[in-house]
Design a protein. Structure first.
Ligand SMILES: CC(C)(COP(=O)(O)OP(=O)(O)OC[C@H]1O[C@@H](n2cnc3c(N)ncnc32)[C@H](O)[C@@H]1OP(=O)(O)O)[C@@H](O)C(=O)NCCC(=O)NCCSC(=O)c1cc(O)c2ccccc2c1O
Length: 146
């Protein structure tokens, strides 16, 4: 396993996921070499991130009236190639929580093989002030328990 800066111990890290979405690789996500192009996983991460945030109530109508979430950064490590028709599972978990932001990690599996890893920071925003907003202890707890 190559050194991945945001993963200290891969086997401990990979055991810690439970939420995932299934995806079948589409032809339009591949390139002239026949493999999935480097930009396509960012769409997988988006789909998985939205499903994950929905599952913990972070995109509920109530929350969206005053608060928002914005992507601050996103980083991907490509371990193996993917091909048209591959069935994958895109896992998501909250890895750490800051003052106004939280880091989520992603693991993409094809059967029992790790294909991609990624991490990204999301910032909690006050949509009226258009500024980062402190995460309450209750929200932090919700993030860390899923
Ligand atoms: C990202 C910003 C809002 C930061 O604003 P500002 O510079 O004022 O923030 P602070 O300095 O106070 O820091 C707050 C907090 O954020 C961390 N942080 C700041 N910048 C970065 C960065 N570049 N990379 C990583 N982390 C950063 C900082 O450490 C602080 O953390 P604490 O926990 O210590 O408080 C502002 O820069 C901004 O608005 N940038 C533009 C963002 C943008 O345009 N993103 C792309 C569009 S959003 C998007 O694509 C999107 C996709 C989705 O799939 C979503 C799914 C679900 C919901 C929303 C989605 C979404 O918005």
């Amino acid at each position: 396993m190559p050194r991945i800066p945001y993963i200290e111990d891969f086997s401990a890290w990979e055991k810690d996921f439970s939420f995932y979405i299934p995806i079948s690789v589409r032809f339009s996500e591949t390139d002239m070499y026949g493999h999935v192009n480097n930009v396509s996983p960012f769409i997988y991460f988006e789909e998985a991130r939205i499903a994950y945030l929905n599952s913990i109530g972070f995109l509920s109508k109530d929350m969206r009236q005053k608060d928002g979430i914005i992507v601050a950064d996103l980083q991907c490590n490509y371990l193996k190639e993917l091909y048209f028709g591959d069935d994958i599972r895109v896992y998501v978990k909250t890895a750490s929580v800051g003052n106004t932001s939280f880091d989520i990690h992603y693991k993409v599996m094809r059967e029992e093989e790790a294909i991609l890893t990624a991490r990204g920071r999301l910032v909690y925003i006050d949509t009226e002030k258009k500024a980062p907003k402190k995460l309450s202890d209750a929200l932090k707890q919700k993030l860390l328990e899923t």
